[in-house]
Structures are given as C-alpha cells and as structure tokens.
Write a protein that binds this ligand. Structure first.
Ligand code: VTB
Length: 328
C-alpha cells in the first residue's frame, strides 16, 4: 500500500474564489451591464486568488474576445510560494445571461501544474466535442456528427433519438443543427456558457449527452480541466474566423487542422476545478441574497482523485463587508 500522505486539495481553496466572484457579480443580475458584472467578478477573484499559497500564472485570462475586464494573461497570482501552477479563469461563464437575468451563469476557475495548459494565444475559437465518462473513448472530432452520435448512443446503451445535444445558439451552427436533426437526436440550444454545457455532459442525470460546435478556446481549456476531474472527454480544433487570423496563428505555430485531445488542452491529471452558480441553472442554484446574508452553491473537483464535492455555503454579508476588500 502506498504510504504517501494525502496532499493539499487546492480545489477547496478555489471554491472561495468562485464564491467571491459569484457573490460580487450576482448583484448585477438583470441590470443589463455586462462590463460591471465582469469587473465585479474579476476584482473579487483576484483578491481571493492572491491569498492562496501558490505561484500561479494566468494562461487563460479570458476577456479579450469580448473586450471584458480581465485577469491578464501572464499575470502572477497567489502568494508567490510553490507550487508553481497554470491558472485558467472564466470569472463569468455566461455574462450575457447574467446581465439579462437568465439561466446558467457561473463563475469558474481551474489550476494545473506549470506548463500543462494550452495557451490559445490569439486563437479565440475552437470547434469542440465534449462527453461524459460513458462515451469518453468513442468520440472523434474528425468524424461527422452522425457517426459521433451513433457511437455515443451505443456507448451509453441508448438510441440516437434518446440523446440530447447541447449547441451554442449561433448562426454559424446552422449546418451542424441540421445534421443533428437529421440523425433524430434532440437539441438544446444555449445562448452562452459552453463551460457549463461541457460540464453537464459529464454530470450524472443532467439530461445532456454531448456538447458540439464552435465556442471559445479559453472555455475549451477550462472545460478540459473539469472533464478530466469528472472522467469525461473533450476534443477541439482551432478555428480562425478570417484568413488574416489564420495567417497570424500559423506564424505563432498554431495548427488549425490538428484534433487537440484532452491531453493537448491540459497535459496533466493533477488539475483542480471550482464552479459557483451566479444565476439559477441546471446544475447549480444561483446566489440568493436575503437580509444580511447570501447562499451559494458550488462544485469543487480534483483530477488526481476524481473526488467532486458540492458545497452549499451561507455567507454573512454584514460581517464580510466589515472585514473584506470586496463590497458584497
Ligand atoms: C462560448 C460561451 C461563452 O463565448 O464560448 C462563446 O461559452 C463563443 O463565442 O459564454 P461567441 O459568443 O462569440 O459566439 C461566450 O458566449 C462568451 O463570449
């Protein structure tokens, strides 16, 4: 029997980060101001991340594509002491749904050993296929949707008609949607939030079997961290929107043909992931504020052990507002 002592589970530190982001950004629900919401989440995340004993560098800072306030790529976070880590943040996955008071807006963050995360550079979009544990070994982004759906159904002991496919509701997916419909599978179109969507494919009884289509590359790397913890799988292929973008990406060494495996997106099983609901969603409740308190609902996961925990927390905002640098 190995005599290794259990090591620190950084996901338990990370949940304080996503809780803080959710508590701060949740105040913006339905107020129509995406930038203010992002700013609140980013400020809260940075404050709490800097309290964690680690030397983490941001590889996935998000924000660039949407010109949102961000945690900067290359920014160092934590106390500066070991361990040396890569960090990926999506302070709000689903900023628009939050600003409009809609479903499934969440705060997420992931950690991996230094150098393990794919750095997407300027390549902001990626074609993706994500599934849960039962179908992890059968997906192939190079195969047409019909083939993937057939294999996924088989792996799950379902008929294709039983499958529900999650797709971002974008004009660019018109052909994909047609192809999926032609197979007879059901579709759930989402306005935003494909990190949450990818997570749902691996969550027991979520009702979502597979995520397909083009979303953000940063979101793909964060989803890969979560899916590693959950035993699911994701593959991606970088997508350029214009010939100029493709030329620039190529110059920097990015390959737009290669299917990126989960190992290419995050090259370690030693990953940590946390997510907290901001608005009510399929998996998580959003932040509820009342009197001087608030409640949050989170998931925390660790790749090395596969343990995932659901943490429902009660926060005393009057106390927090006295001692914290964040206005909740
Ligand atoms: C997705 C989604 C994000 O970006 O990755 C999406 O998960 C893809 O880009 O919440 P477009 O919105 O430009 O289509 C987001 O919507 C964030 O912008």
């Amino acid at each position: 029997m190995p005599d290794n002592k259990p090591t620190r589970n950084l996901a338990l530190d990370l949940v304080r980060v996503t809780e803080a982001a959710a508590l701060a950004a949740g105040r913006q629900m339905g107020l129509g101001d995406k930038i203010a919401a992002d700013q609140a989440a980013v400020d809260a995340m940075r404050l709490v991340l800097n309290t964690i004993e680690m030397d983490a560098v941001i590889v996935i800072g998000e924000g660039e594509k949407d010109e949102a306030p961000m945690l900067y790529n290359g920014e160092h976070l934590g106390t500066g002491n070991p361990p040396e880590l890569d960090i990926a943040v999506d302070p709000i996955d689903g900023t628009r749904p939050l600003a409009h008071g809609q479903w499934n807006s969440v705060a997420t963050v992931a950690l991996a050993p230094r150098g393990a995360m794919l750095n997407p550079g300027p390549v902001l979009y990626m074609d993706k296929i994500a599934v849960g544990p039962e179908a992890r070994d059968v997906i192939d982004l190079d195969a047409p949707p019909a083939e993937n759906l057939k294999r996924i159904a088989q792996a799950k002991g379902d008929k294709v008609e039983d499958l529900t496919v999650m797709i971002l509701d974008r004009p660019r997916h018109a052909d994909l949607i047609q192809a999926v419909r032609a197979c007879g599978a059901r579709i759930r179109l989402i306005p935003d939030g494909d990190v949450n969507g990818a997570l749902m494919t691996a969550w027991p009884a979520s009702g979502i079997d597979v995520l397909l289509g083009i979303g953000g590359t940063p979101e793909g790397v964060i989803a890969a961290c979560a899916l590693r913890c959950m035993g699911g799988n994701i593959q991606g292929r970088l997508v350029a929107r214009t010939p100029e973008e493709e030329a620039r990406g190529r110059e920097l060494g990015y390959d737009f043909h290669k299917v990126l495996r989960i190992d290419d997106l995050v090259a370690s099983q030693d990953v940590f992931f946390a997510v907290t609901g901001i608005t009510n969603g399929d998996l998580l409740r959003g932040v509820d504020y009342y009197g001087n308190g608030a409640t949050t609902d989170s998931l925390v996961m660790r790749g090395l052990t596969g343990t995932y925990r659901r943490i429902q927390a009660t926060h005393h905002l009057d106390t927090l507002n006295r001692i914290s640098g964040i206005a909740y």
